[in-house]
Design a protein around this ligand. Sequence first.
Ligand SMILES: Cc1cc2nc3c(=O)[nH]c(=O)nc-3n(C[C@H](O)[C@H](O)[C@H](O)COP(=O)(O)O)c2cc1C
Length: 209
Amino acid sequence: MKVLGISGSPRQGQTTDILVQEVLNGVEGDTEFISLSGKRIGSCLGCLGCVKDNVCKIKDDMSELRQKIVAADALVIGAPNYYGMLNSLSHCFWERFYQFRHREGDEIAGKLGVAVGVAGRTPDLPVRDIENFFTYNKIECIGAVTAVGPASCFTCGHGETCRAGSIHMTFGPGTKITKAITPDLAKQQEKIAQARALGRELGNRLLMR
Ligand SMILES: Cc1cc2nc3c(=O)[nH]c(=O)nc-3n(C[C@H](O)[C@H](O)[C@H](O)COP(=O)(O)O)c2cc1C
């Protein structure tokens, strides 16, 4: 039994990475975590080069990931919300799943999945996108977990004065950045517990197969 956890956040060690890892921590069995940060994964070109053999012909880091995806029994996919949807790195990753679907290819159909969403304010939006992708790929989503993470405005140095930033938008003008208002997964213990419980459930479901 192998569970592959993939975080699409370009920010290593931040909320999406940690929450995906917490789901994996709950799994009793073999797990592997992969961050897409720094990986070269281009968008699908729609070239149809994968029609004959269900193998994408673009030479980038998706080739190595392909093997791991096929070998996994379940996928835990996490993505941050960028502008109301999952970020483009995660989207490129998913677009490349086009290689699996031709001529009723069945290399990923029937796997189990867990969706992990993170955002400054609305983490349910990337979860919705991930759930859609699972459906398109015939992966059964057994559940989702979300958490709020710190927008870059908390650390960019201009968060207190910038009128376009999330501090101004969320808390109003004149707000001072303090620890108390800074989102932190460590303050969302119920989300960590939920992530681990989902991991346990995922492991149990796989054992029953
Ligand atoms: C380009 C960009 C766009 C963003 N857009 C949104 C947004 O529309 N809604 C939201 O709630 N958070 C938004 N955020 C905040 C991120 O979702 C938040 O910082 C989250 O913690 C990122 O995940 P990470 O900490 O794992 O990197 C945005 C962040 C960036 C960098």
